[in-house]
Write a protein that binds this ligand. Structure first.
Ligand code: MLT
Length: 411
């Protein structure tokens, strides 16, 4: 007799985005004439930067001849990419990250889940609420929680609300936690953590021997000068933080797949008998055992992001989506909605009008305006009454969506 991982049975019905997909498919099937605009999942719409394309073409050609063909690469990523990342993403901002602390992977979603492999079962884990659902679900799968209550909160997790009341800045936990997930710029609220907020977290983590999982997948969208791009810009963060980054949103790699995780040397956690162990070595062990590396072709594409042409093309791409976000914020405000985010992130977080629940607003917007967003409650109990719209779309769709929301709100 084989046994299942019972923890999976604690998971709520389905992952958020497939559930949205199901509702949208049903609507589209029943209303084939409707032109549905999808602003739900944050998936990019614009083609890859030309510099990445030509680097990948060149890499494909290298695969065609025996002299330049490559088989398995280093599991942690090729040096050319790890060095480019360390230099351009960190050292250029005064963050002391070295190339051998960078682990290249196929996605931050996977990395934020996989990291739990190297940490113990008894850690007290804090997440913000609302939150990127992967952080919660992977902890449920790993057996770090009890059952969910009626509001969808799992026993054993510490939830840190982020609402209008605290300007979406989560308070430090009242109890001692061992691990905290921070995402800045934030998915789903679109708000970014200030330097002083991050300093408080680093201070908290050092005092409590806690670890911060810092998800900076939306870093490229930061426009305000005082918002840190990396947790490692904060003094002392090397002692208490792991950072997750991705090329998905920065360079349009959602379908191409490339990301990386920084585990600083010297960052430790304790064994069950109290000795300190470096996490870098454990993550290296995990990564090399369970992963065979990102394809050479894709890593050459990612490396091209850091060339001068790549940088300017990526900037244009990011600016394009940010302009969408600016137009959305302005248009939705004009429609009388209360709107947050969209300045340092490609997400706009709005309050549902007339006290509608997040899912009711979703259903009405879909049936009446043929527009898809993400219900705030799908990101956690404190997301109830909010709604997320993604700015990853064509300009024409963004303008059309704003008009449809206006009409919908006018009733
Ligand atoms: C989102 O819509 O929240 C993102 O696309 C999710 C992700 O990056 O996995």
């Amino acid at each position: 007799m084989a046994y299942v991982n019972d923890n999976y049975l604690k998971l709520k019905a389905g992952y958020l985005f497939p559930e949205i997909g199901r509702r949208v498919s049903k609507f589209a099937k029943e209303n084939p004439q409707a032109k549905v605009i999808r602003m739900g999942i944050g998936d990019v719409t614009e083609p890859l930067p030309a510099a990445c394309i030509s680097a990948m073409h060149k890499a494909v050609d290298e695969m065609a001849s025996r002299e330049t063909f490559r088989g398995y690469g280093p599991e942690q990523g090729f040096d050319f990419l790890r060095e480019a990342i360390a230099k351009h993403d960190f050292q250029s901002r005064g963050a002391q990250v070295q190339a051998d602390e960078v682990f290249v992977s196929d996605g931050s979603k996977c990395d934020t889940g996989n990291i739990l492999d190297i940490l113990g079962k008894s850690n007290v884990i804090a997440v913000t609420d609302p939150v990127y659902p992967v952080y919660v679900d992977t902890n449920v799968m790993a057996g770090h929680t009890g059952e969910a209550d009626a509001g969808g909160r799992y026993a054993g997790l510490v939830y840190l609300p982020m609402t209008e009341a605290n300007q979406f800045v989560p308070a430090l936990p009242e109890q001692k936690v061992d691990i905290v997930y921070l995402c800045s710029p934030n998915n789903p609220t679109g708000m970014a953590a200030s330097r002083s907020a991050l300093e408080k977290w680093v201070d908290y983590a050092r005092k409590n021997e806690a670890i911060i999982f810092f998800d900076a997948a939306y870093e490229a969208f930061i426009t305000e000068a005082d918002v840190p791009h990396s947790i490692f810009e904060i003094e002392g963060a090397r002692e208490c933080a792991i950072e997750f980054r991705s090329f998905s949103k920065t360079a349009g790699f959602t379908g191409t797949r490339c990301a990386f995780t920084v585990v600083p040397k010297g960052l430790t956690a304790r064994t069950s008998t109290g000795e300190k162990v470096e996490l870098h070595g454990l993550w290296n062990r995990r990564h090399t055992t369970k992963f065979n590396g990102v394809s050479y072709i894709v890593q050459r594409g990612a490396e091209a992001v850091y060339t001068p042409e790549g940088q300017s093309q990526v900037r244009q791409l990011v600016e394009f989506y940010l302009e969408n976000a600016r137009l959305m914020c302005a248009g939705l405000k004009q429609a009388g909605l209360t709107v947050y985010g969209g300045v340092n992130a490609p997400y706009v977080w709005l309050k549902t009008p007339n006290g509608l629940s997040s899912w009711d607003f979703f259903d009405q917007l879909l049936s009446k305006a043929h527009l898809v967003g993400t219900p705030g409650s799908g990101f956690g109990a404190s997301g109830e009454g909010y709604f997320r719209l993604s700015a990853f779309n064509s300009r024409a769709n963004v303008l059309e969506a704003i008009e449809r929301v206006n009409k919908f709100v006018q009733g």
